[in-house]
Design a binder for this molecule. Structure first.
Ligand code: ATP
Ligand code: MG
Length: 460
């Protein structure tokens, strides 16, 4: 009791009491070895049988202790990547800068990481950093204690040994879990400078777990928020994707805003959080995503980003049309413009950008409900995603609810009903086909000029 009190008062800042970790037995922490995946368990057992230290570590241990089903199980060991590889027939070393080993166990792939050294300590090798203190290279092997110290939050530095069924705790992570507190290991300012993404992680994990961020961990965030600008866009994209697909995106974004982290650092977040007209649509999209994630259904990053950026596209599209550009080329230009602005900060991968464009560019085609075009649209590979998107636009009031209903019904209807559902051709749309030599690419992709209204068909 007294020891606990002393450790509470004095023990926080230094890693563990005299560097000795607490070894917590099963009857205190309550995690049975059956709770971890069989692949990660066998990986740890095999490494230990070969004389190495090995533990399940990080998010999985944290989530199990917090009563949440872990997404995946990572293993940490004192074996070098090459030694790990020799223990498993089905394994391979991946990565150059951060060498880790993928061990294949049945359907599972277990990520095995060698303990990393805590650079930047007086006696340790110094990490290479940029002028802001951001760590550029971090591939020094170290002891388990050092490995624990270089993790971000105390609750992320817990090691579970499924053989002994013990939890090893160097940084009072168990206390913090119990008190629902997210606390940085070491000096928060230094740790945020080393890696500004930790600020986003703090917000995401606090939202996911519904934990409070410890004051000292929280305070510097507002001041250091600009450091996010130094982070490579591809890394920000990964982190944003994690945040948006955490199942708690609405809460995450509210917290980002509360911490002043959204401002000016990600154009996307400015859009989401500060655009009143888009708010309803975006909120619907995020709630919808959160629901899907929690129900364990897949979500598509393309769909998600398409919804988040749609109001930007609409605004840009309107402006271009007002300048006299034809609707479909204007839409394609608006799409590119919006994605370009994002790309400066957030590297949306090419594949995801392709998905986003597919979903956007199909939207005007839903306006066409006569003749053969609706049948053509049904055959589009991205029809379903496009329709889901349309339904969300309808729900938010951006387009007529009747349009979404018509398409849902059309999809479900049989042949005769479909034919009866078709609308008569618009009176000002002449039957005669437009004369054209060769379609420009944008028109080709959208098949026909297809702006919502008025009919873009030029009078013959
Ligand atoms: P999630 O639930 O999103 O998987 P996680 O904590 O497991 O959360 P990962 O990115 O899978 O996140 O990282 C695994 C572990 O690696 C973390 O628990 C933490 O110990 C360590 N880690 C991850 N990112 C950082 C970072 N930026 N700085 C320090 N340690 C980190
Ligand atoms: Mg993880």
């Amino acid at each position: 009791m007294i020891r606990k009190l002393i450790s509470r008062v004095f023990g926080r800042k230094s890693p563990g009491r005299a560097g000795e970790p607490a070894v917590i037995p099963h009857n205190t922490h309550g995690i049975r070895r059956e709770a971890i995946s069989s692949g990660s368990r066998r990986t740890v057992e095999t490494l230990q049988e070969n004389g190495y230290k090995a533990f399940v570590v990080g998010g999985a241990v944290r989530d199990l202790l917090a009563g949440i089903k872990p997404k995946d199980f990572d293993v940490a060991t004192d074996a070098t990547p090459e030694q790990v590889r020799q223990c498993f027939r089905r394994s391979r070393v991946i990565g150059r800068r951060f060498q880790i080993v993928h061990v294949m166990m049945g359907q599972e792939t277990i990520e095995v990481t060698t303990f990393r050294g805590h650079h930047g300590q007086q006696d340790g090798p110094r990490a290479q950093t940029d002028e802001q203190g951001r760590v550029l290279r971090d591939n020094v092997f170290g002891s388990q204690k050092e490995d624990a110290a270089r993790r971000d939050f105390t609750i992320n530095a817990l090691y579970y040994d499924p053989v002994a069924e013990t939890v090893i705790d160097y940084h009072h992570g168990m206390d913090d879990l119990e008190h629902k507190t997210l606390r940085m290991i070491g000096n928060p300012v230094t740790r945020y400078r080393e890696d500004p993404v930790r600020m986003l992680r703090a917000v995401r994990l606090a939202a996911k777990l519904d934990f409070a961020i410890d004051d000292e961990t929280r305070r510097p965030i507002g001041e250091l928020a600009d450091l996010i600008e130094n982070v490579p866009p591809s890394r920000l994209f990964d982190e944003m994707l994690k945040l948006l697909t955490s199942g708690h995106s609405v809460r995450c974004l509210q917290r980002l805003r509360a911490e002043g982290l959204h401002h000016g650092l990600l154009p996307l977040l400015d859009v989401i959080l500060e655009q009143p007209q888009g708010k309803r649509f975006v909120t619907l999209a995020l709630e919808n995503t959160d629901r899907r994630v929690r129900e364990g259904r897949p979500i598509s990053p393309g769909f998600l980003f398409a919804t988040l950026l749609w109001n930007e596209v609409l605004a840009r599209w309107d402006a271009l049309k007002a300048d006299g550009e034809r609707p479909i080329p204007a839409l394609f230009r608006a799409m590119d413009d919006v994605l370009d602005v994002q790309a400066e900060k957030l590297a949306i991968t090419r594949r995801v950008a392709g998905d986003i464009k597919d979903i956007w560019s199909i939207q005007p085609r839903f306006e066409q409900r006569s003749g053969k075009r609706p049948y053509g649209l049904l055959e589009q590979p991205r029809f379903k995603a496009g329709l889901d998107f349309l339904l969300m636009r309808a729900e938010s009031g951006e387009v007529d609810a009747e349009l979404g209903k018509w398409w849902s019904d059309f999809l479900d209807a049989d042949g005769a009903t479909r034919a009866a559902m078709l609308l008569p051709p618009a009176p000002d749309a002449p039957k005669k086909r437009r004369r054209r030599k060769r379609k420009p690419a944008a028109d080709a992709a959208a098949d026909e000029p297809a702006a919502p209204a008025p009919s873009p068909e030029p009078a013959a």
